[in-house]
Structure formats: structure tokens, C-alpha cells
Design a protein around this ligand. Structure first.
Ligand code: MD6
Ligand code: FE
Length: 215
């Protein structure tokens, strides 16, 4: 076994899960402390909130955004907006550290030329989950999505092109980065209810960052 390709848990550092879905295990670990500081600052400027779906349900995942555009949901639908509806101000800027991490991960996964202009922060407390969905509010589906997992582990559901298809279960750990694009860009996906636990740096939660090119 090659120690450079395989981590201590013997799983490959880079794995093609499906065409267009690349898991980069531990890719964000080196930046964990700086990421924690950057995220705390963003959440001070734009606090986490539970958005409401167009159908009137309050989401169990708490969210906020940074970047030129932020993803928002309310009774009118899903959209990207330059203004935080809770404050009436622009979203916090995308920190260079986050942009570099996302662009480097995309390139590493075979998606050179990623231009992230939006970063959605998802915060899961125990019991919170994300039902199966497609990400289709972005303008250009040629651009990938880069997803960074921090804190408690979770089970990601990798579905097919239709909602009814069986999903694969992908365990995601602190520091893992999932790059999602090309033929996979419109696949259904979700996250199972978070199990209780405590992470040394992030506490009793999982934070997921999804970097997108929305505009
Ligand atoms: C999450 N992720 O991991 C939710 N979307 O908490 C997503 O919804 C997602 O990981 C598009 C591409 C990658 C993702
Ligand atoms: Fe998604």
C-alpha cells in the first residue's frame, strides 16, 4: 500500500464515487483551524437561521451564506440573492482561504476553471437532515459544486437522476471534500439525520460548505 495515497484508515485519499463525483478525503484538514475562525466571523455578520421551504416547512438545517450571492428559501421559492433578507445587507465576502480551498479541490478533481461566487453554510445539530434534492438554481451546470464537511460525521445519500432511484450511502468525515459536477451535476442527493456526538474543534454539530457558481 502506498502511504501517500492512503490515509491512516486505509481509504484512498481520492476516490471516484460515480462519474463526476470525486471524494477528496481529508483535503480540508490542514486548514481546519483557519476555517473555524473564518466561519465564526461569517456567522457573526450573517447569523445562522432556519429557512422556510416554499411548501411552508421550516428546515432542520440552519443556514447562512458568504460570497457575492447567497442561496435563500422562503414561501416564494428558492433563489440566489446578493442581499441577506434578515439584515438587508450584502452577504459577508467569500474569504480568500475558502475560495482557494474550493478552487484547488475542484482542480484536483478534474474541474479546472471553477469560479465560485456563492458559498452556502449548512449547520446540522443532532437530528437535522437534508431530504433528497437537486441543486438546480445555478445558471451554469457546467460549473461543479465543491462541498466541504467539518465537525461531526454524516451519511451522505448519493442518488440518481430521478428521485425514485436507490441512493448509495457515503460516509463523510471532518475534512472531507466532495466535488460534484459534469454528468453528476443534477443527481439527487441528501444527508441522513445527524447522530449525536462532539467534535473537538466544532462541538456538537456538522458544518457543510457548498461552493457554487450561481451567476
Ligand atoms: C450537505 N450537501 O452535505 C449537503 N449539494 O450537508 C449538498 O446538498 C450538496 O454536498 C450539491 C453538491 C454537493 C453537496
Ligand atoms: Fe445539494
Amino acid at each position: 500500500m502506498n502511504a501517500d495515497l492512503f490515509g491512516h484508515d486505509s481509504l484512498p485519499a481520492r476516490e471516484l464515487l460515480a462519474p463526476g463525483v470525486v471524494l477528496l478525503r481529508g483535503f480540508a484538514l490542514a486548514d481546519e483551524a483557519a476555517l473555524a475562525r473564518a466561519l465564526a466571523e461569517i456567522m457573526l455578520q450573517a447569523p445562522l437561521r432556519h429557512m422556510v421551504t416554499p411548501g411552508g416547512f421550516t428546515m432542520s438545517v440552519a443556514m447562512t451564506n458568504c460570497g457575492d450571492l447567497g442561496w435563500v428559501s422562503d414561501r416564494h421559492g428558492y433563489r440566489y440573492d446578493a442581499i441577506d433578507p434578515d439584515s438587508g445587507r450584502p452577504w459577508p465576502a467569500l474569504p480568500e482561504l475558502l475560495r482557494t480551498l474550493a478552487v484547488t479541490a475542484a482542480t484536483e478533481a478534474g474541474f479546472a476553471g471553477f469560479r465560485p461566487d456563492a458559498c452556502l453554510l449548512n449547520c446540522y445539530r443532532p437530528g437535522a437532515r437534508m431530504t433528497l434534492h437537486q441543486d438546480r438554481n445555478e445558471r451554469d451546470f457546467e460549473q461543479p459544486i465543491v462541498s466541504v464537511s467539518l465537525g461531526l460525521p454524516a451519511t451522505f445519500l448519493l442518488g440518481g437522476m430521478t428521485r425514485g432511484e436507490r441512493s448509495a450511502r457515503v460516509p463523510l468525515q471532518h475534512g472531507d471534500v466532495l466535488v460534484w459536477g459534469g454528468p453528476a451535476r443534477l443527481r439527487f442527493h441528501g444527508v441522513l439525520a445527524l447522530k449525536p456526538g462532539r467534535h473537538p474543534l466544532f462541538g456538537e454539530q456538522r458544518i457543510n460548505l457548498t461552493f457554487r457558481c450561481a451567476d
